[in-house]
Design a protein around this ligand. Structure first.
Ligand code: PEP
Ligand code: MN
Length: 343
């Protein structure tokens, strides 16, 4: 942390700041030039509230060098979501399925389809955060049971959203990954509860959250004990109306630089348009995403929720082929095979 003093700060005010630092066992180094005085504190300021100094006489501003998201920077780079499936290592993983679990046969049917096409995981909402209370709210616990059956039948790990702390215990029983939806990224009681879980957590960025706020929410989960956090960019709200949200792929590259946590991309909620899902998947893999979360429905027109953005299994097939192509090109496999044919 650096405390920048006002040009008018007196010796006495500088002394008071150093005295306050000493009182809380911190050491400040004073650096003076003819124009400015600053005090640098290199250690021990993590979690220290800024107002302790910002309101002192002679202080112009505080510059915090440390990130508040310190667990996210030191975390493991990959998260195992099943015995066979790791997010954040190797080829980006595709997790696909309907927005909502609509019934036992429906989820089993889609699970079989996406599994056959090469998806690495199944998604489907049982507790649904709908904008209108009159819209389909999900099948709840019954939906979780159907998800588990479909996951077991296809040997796919399954992910679904939990919306309240009291849902976590039963969700853990049925799911491989707990999803925190965009609307709950700021639900700190829920974040702490999934932080106590043994299951990995996929944390979605809230509709208007900054990257730093997303990281702080990850920090809530990790500081409660659960280090298995996967971040998910799912689009943010901007002035643009053509797309449902603006998919912020720069956040993916930024998060990959800032943390070691795996980052997934949800192009379905990110665009709200099925024809944009494939190009955004390509771009997501190209910019470093560790996985894709995609809404797939075999009959989008009949879907109980988000049918307007669902892609069909046919489209998923093309996307999975793209993921392989782009990943191979980026990791050099294609280049190697081209040069070996030239030789
Ligand atoms: C979902 O994944 O179905 C969902 C509700 O997503 P989000 O929380 O990103 O809106
Ligand atoms: Mn949805």
């Amino acid at each position: 942390m650096i405390i920048v003093l006002r040009k008018t700060a007196t010796q006495e005010q500088t002394g008071d700041i150093l005295e306050r630092l000493r009182a809380i066992n911190l050491t400040g180094q004073v650096i003076r030039s003819s124009a400015r005085t600053i005090i640098s504190i290199l250690e021990g300021t993590q979690g220290l509230p800024s107002h302790i100094f910002s309101q002192m006489q002679g202080v112009e501003k505080l510059i915090r060098l440390e990130s508040s998201a310190f667990k996210a920077t030191a975390a493991e780079a990959s998260v195992n979501i099943s015995n066979r499936t790791v997010i954040g290592s190797g080829i980006p993983k595709v997790i696909a399925g309907p927005c909502s679990v609509e019934g036992q046969a429906q989820i089993l049917h889609i699970a079989r389809q996406v599994g056959k096409l090469g998806a690495s995981g199944l998604r489907g909402g049982a507790f649904k955060p709908r904008t209108s209370p009159y819209d389909f709210q999900g099948l709840g616990l019954e939906g979780l049971k159907y998800l588990r059956e479909a996951a077991d039948a296809t040997e796919l790990p399954v992910i679904s959203e939990v919306m309240a702390p009291e849902q976590v215990e039963s969700a853990e029983e049925y799911l491989d990954v707990l999803q925190i939806g965009a609307r709950n990224m700021y639900n700190y009681a829920l974040l702490k509860e999934v932080g106590k879980s043994r299951r990995p957590v996929l944390l979605k960025r809230a509709l208007s959250a900054t990257i730093d706020e997303l990281l702080n929410s990850a920090e809530y989960i990790m500081s409660a004990g659960n280090q298995q956090v996967i971040l998910c960019e799912r689009g943010i709200r901007t002035f643009e109306k053509y797309t449902r949200n603006t998919l912020d792929l720069s956040a993916v590259a930024a998060l990959k630089n800032m943390t070691r946590l795996p980052v997934m991309v949800d192009p379905s909620h990110g665009t709200g348009r099925p024809e944009l899902v494939r190009p955004m998947c390509r771009a997501a893999v190209a910019c470093g995403a560790d996985g894709l979360l995609i809404e797939v429905h075999d009959n989008p027109a009949q879907a109980y929720s988000d049918g307007e953005q669902a892609i069909t299994p046919d489209m998923l097939k093309d996307i999975i082929a793209d993921v392989h192509l782009i990943y191979d090109a980026l990791t050099g496999t294609v280049e190697r095979s081209l040069s070996s044919t030239t030789i």
